[in-house]
Design a protein around this ligand. Structure first.
Ligand code: SF4
Length: 119
């Protein structure tokens, strides 16, 4: 039996899923096995979601890291990289071209011109 579970909580994903598909502004930005994505997230949005997870080692009463900015309205989705307005790695190429979803490794795909680059 397969179960589709939709959440913003990556902690829940890590607990219950074998495979994860990360979507941003209506597009798949990264997909693959949970273990591979948590070990080495390739898309800046995925890294932002994982960074914002509360952890037992988090310092009490401190703010969790957040992804700056807001999701655009569907009628205002950029025709280039949809995450570019919020991405710390965005450059002129990202703001003028649209990345496609590409296989990075077996069963691990990402939509980004700079997969895996630290952000
Ligand atoms: S393509 Fe560029 S702007 Fe879009 S997520 Fe990747 S680095 Fe960021």
């Amino acid at each position: 039996m397969g179960v589709l579970y939709i959440t913003h909580d990556m902690g829940v994903v890590a607990e219950i899923s074998d495979e994860v598909t990360v979507m941003y502004a209506g597009q798949v930005v990264e997909s693959g096995p949970v273990a591979a994505i948590f070990a080495a997230p390739l898309h800046p949005y995925t890294r932002g979601l994982i960074r914002s997870m509360p952890r037992l080692t988090s310092i009490p009463k401190t703010r969790l890291p957040a992804i700056a900015g807001t999701v655009p309205a569907p009628q205002a989705y950029p025709t280039t990289c949809r995450f570019a307005p919020r991405c710390p790695l965005a450059d002129d190429h990202c703001r003028t071209h649209a990345p496609v979803l590409e296989q990075h490794a077996a069963a691990h795909a990402v939509r980004c011109f700079k997969p895996g680059q630290p952000s």
